[in-house]
Write a protein that binds this ligand. Structure first.
Ligand code: C2E
Ligand code: CA
Ligand code: CA
Length: 545
């Protein structure tokens, strides 16, 4: 194994001097054999029989020979020691290079190598090869909440479970992060064996783990591909199992999915969305829609929540549930969100000054130390008053870097922007989170509100959140109000604001303008030129009322 240029150099130097040492030792031994016996016998005879002494020079040469032989022998011992140490180091380096140090599993590269050999073996023996990609669910949350030491302990424990669930001949690998892979050969007539392994593994992983004195709950999603149906190489087997794992995750986690070719088309669609999104933002295809927010006690319109929509040139309107996660993963969310705000604030310039706007801020955006400045810049450019803006964040925003989130929120609040905690009830719903940031209101997640009158559990949760809000002096907004009965119940509970389809579906810019014109909530816009901005602005055709 090559350990870099310096080692090559020292290797060459070492080999050269070894050769010289060897040659000297051999010459010394030859000389010793040639001269040694005559000098020794002469010297012995000189002492025993008083014969003439051996030639002095020869004696000195002989002693020198002995010294050289001793030197050669020591050097030989030194060298064999060195070789042993070097071999051990090389073995260790090989181990480190092929194994994941945390779990001792193979790493991605060596799985590909050993997997390829297994693939060939399988073909020879008429066996099929199964590849399982295993990804832990919610690992990131555990890591963020409890730190890396706990995260590492959990990964080691998970690796133990995986190794225990697999057949003894299986290759087990950690591909990175919380993603693992296992491969083994099986009888193609009996794929049920693989399902049993996957089921056992999933059941085991759903049990709480004990790590660093904590009880941790994770689960895993597994994607499985088989060589005889799906793929002609280990690479494509891994890719297929990965796609299947992604599908298992998307359909609710804590489950397995076999790969099938329709999944590939779905992935292709996702990739198309991702590529499309890159051009959609500068082209102004991502536009704000406006959902009415109502004061429950008076029934008056008090503002709108801004919701993203993708007006796709060929596919029509695309839901944010489809493209926001992609925008978050690709980092496009930051530009997208600022562009939406720019469009929404510009559109709202001639709306009645009593109307507020609520915008959704993704947890990804709260990792940007300049977020507050960027939002304030958009407010300044569009001359929209900060006091009429509310930002909505979810509890998951508080895990990543709370102190950064606190400083961003602090800057925004200094300007008069208000802060709402969105989707309360779905995540951790922790009092500590409510205290971590200076929230101005709580939004109850729509899943509880929609079922308020049908499910006793939902009613109990809504009740509890309303009383929590009262005791913390935080007004409550309920979203997902779909009918009058829900609105009446919320009003009786003392909920402050409501939004939902009962009041209307989200409206486009022109739809919102039409509604406001009917209600005489449009004012004469000041005819000042707006400051030029690099961000895409509303296209003129959408500005028309
Ligand atoms: P959210 O912030 O919880 O927004 C409320 C969602 O509930 C909206 O879905 C809205 O259309 C829907 N909704 C409102 N009233 C009702 C109702 O009565 N019944 C039902 N069943 N649904 C109702 P939408 O617009 O599809 O947005 C989905 C999610 O996408 C949002 O959930 C938010 O998390 C995200 N999102 C939307 N726009 C943005 C954005 O600009 N930035 C970020 N970061 N996320 C956004
Ligand atoms: Ca929201
Ligand atoms: Ca919400």
């Amino acid at each position: 194994m090559s350990l870099g240029i310096d080692d090559d150099q020292s290797d060459r130097n070492g080999a050269g001097s070894d050769l010289i040492t060897g040659a000297i030792s051999v010459a010394a031994i030859l000389m010793f054999v040639g001269t040694g016996s005559s000098v020794l016998s002469k010297t012995l005879r000189h002492y025993l029989e008083g014969a003439a002494p051996a030639d002095r020079t020869l004696v000195i040469a002989l002693l020198l020979n002995v010294a050289l032989i001793l030197f050669g022998w020591r050097r030989h011992r030194g060298l064999s020691n060195e070789v042993r140490i070097r071999a051990a180091a090389e073995e260790r380096a090989q181990m480190l290079a092929s194994r994941d140090p945390l779990t001792g599993f193979l790493n991605r590269r060596s799985l590909a190598e050993e997997g390829a050999a297994m693939f060939v073996r399988g073909q020879k023996r008429r066996k099929a090869m199964a590849m399982m990609i295993i990804d832990l669910d919610h690992f990131k949350t555990v890591n963020d909440m409890h730190g890396h030491a706990v995260g590492d302990a959990l990964l080691r424990a998970a690796a133990g479970e995986i190794a225990g669930a697999m057949p003894p001949i299986a290759l087990t690998a950690r591909l990175g992060g919380d993603e693992f892979a296992c491969a083994f050969l099986f009888d193609p007539q009996h794929p049920d064996l693989i399902e049993r392994i996957a089921e056992k593994l999933i059941a085991q992983m759903a049990q709480p783990f004990e790590a660093e004195g904590l009880r941790l709950h994770v689960s895993c999603s597994v994607g499985i591909a088989r060589s005889d149906f799906d793929c002609q190489s280990v690479d494509s087997l891994m890719r297929s199992a990965d796609i299947a794992m992604y599908v298992a995750k998307k359909s609710g986690r804590n489950r397995y999915a076999w790969f099938d070719h329709s999944m590939e088309r779905e992935l292709q669609t996702r990739n198309e969305l991702e590529n499309g999104l890159r051009t959609a933002i500068p082209r102004g295809e991502i536009v704000p829609y406006f959902e009415q927010q109502i004061d429950l006690q008076t029934g008056k319109l008090i503002g709108f929540e801004v919701l993203a929509r993708w007006e796709h040139p060929t596919r029509g309107l695309i839901s944010p549930e489809l493209f926001i996660p992609i925008a978050e993963e690709t980092g496009l969310i930051a530009d997208m969100s600022l562009s939406l705000m720019h469009q929404a604030f510009t559109a709202a310039r001639d709306w009645d000054s009593s109307l507020s706007l609520s915008v959704n801020i993704s947890p990804v955006q709260l990792r940007d130390a300049w977020l507050a400045q960027k939002i304030i810049k958009v407010l300044t450019e569009t001359r929209f008053p900060a006091s009429r803006l509310e930002v909505e964040i979810t509890e998951s925003s508080l895990f990543d870097n709370l102190s950064l989130a606190q400083s961003i929120v602090g800057s925004l609040k200094n300007q008069g922007v208000r802060l709402a905690l969105d989707d309360f009830g779905t995540g951790y719903s922790s009092l500590a989170h409510l205290r971590a940031l200076p929230f101005d209101r709580i939004k109850i997640d729509k899943s509880f509100v929609i079922s308020l009158n049908e499910s006793a559990d939902s009613a109990a949760i809504v009740n509890a959140i309303v009383s929590l809000g009262e005791s913390l002096n935080l007004p409550i907004t309920a979203e997902g109000v779909e009918d009058e009965a829900i609105a009446a119940r919320l009003k009786a509970l003392g909920c402050a604001k409501a939004q939902g389809w009962h009041y209307g579906k989200p409206l486009s810019v022109s739809g919102a303008r039409r509604l406001l014109a009917e209600r005489r909530l449009l004012v004469q816009a000041p005819v000042e030129p707006t400051i030029e901005s690099e961000l895409p602005v509303q296209r003129p055709d959408r500005m028309a009322g």
